[in-house]
Design a protein around this ligand. Sequence first.
Ligand SMILES: [Zn+2]
Length: 335
Amino acid sequence: MAELADETSNIKIQELQPKLIEHFEKLITTNKLAHAYLFSGPEGIGKVELAQWIAMRLFCTANEDQKPCGVCGECQRILSGNHPDIVSVKPEGQSIKVDQIRFLKSEFSKSGVEGSQKIFIIEKAESMTASAANSLLKFLEEPVGNVKAFLLTENKNQILPTIQSRCQLVNFVALSQEKLIQNLLNQDILKDQAQLLVHVTESTSHAVALAQDENFTEMTNQVWNWFSRLLKNDAESFILVQTKLVPFAKEKQQQVLMVDLMVLLARDCLLVRYDRKEQVSFSNRLTEIGKVTQMISDKKLIAILDGCLQIKAMLQINMTFQSAIEVTTLKLIDL
Ligand SMILES: [Zn+2]
């Protein structure tokens, strides 16, 4: 599955978060940048990109019109993750461990690295272990030299209050679906596709990456294949779980995406049944959805939507993806 495109997304950050860019531009110009920030918002909303933009803004040797150029040596090293004064930390496996924070601190205590300014970025800061968070806390309290810290999280409530209180909180607001669709149409993405993408991501760059990802298209087809057979009480839908769905669901992120697609299909059926065709996500499958929906009762439609929603809860209690879908398939075929 496509990751966020790094270099292109950096250019897009000004479209994605124009207000935040303006805000930080002002802070930097007036020398009022705080020493620690907590960026909070959903995946793909531009948190990493904004932190990189600020780093470029601080290090760029050109900085024309108060904007980083994106092409000078400094900007290039930041974009490729090779700048010696910018250290990024992300979870190794499930969590950010205390050794990673120790490494970060040792990097910052080294003298003689170019310039005096240093930046660190901690992605998924909520995944810090308690000892990692405590180790970082001391560092936030007594930073060495000119250090700027950016902690990024999807859920600020999972960040220790002691850490939160030492950071300036920046909430990232999602784009409206209309605005997101318009962004996608501007990038030559078809309307049908845009209509689906805005239901699975809030980020323009993530939506563009998905639109260009053949795996995503194939995954979407296979989810439809499973779903339409399920509606017809076709026992083959059970077999399809292992043979056609599981291969697309190796990563947690892909699993969540697939379940989202299932929920959207179930929701589409109800929307078609209640004459709200203009709101469906899979507008390219409107006719097929209409056909399969005709054959089943309201009660079953609601049970299917409920069943798809419950898969999420099953994954949260660490049931395997395959078991969760198989159990649900059996239960729904049986109705
Ligand atoms: Zn530059």
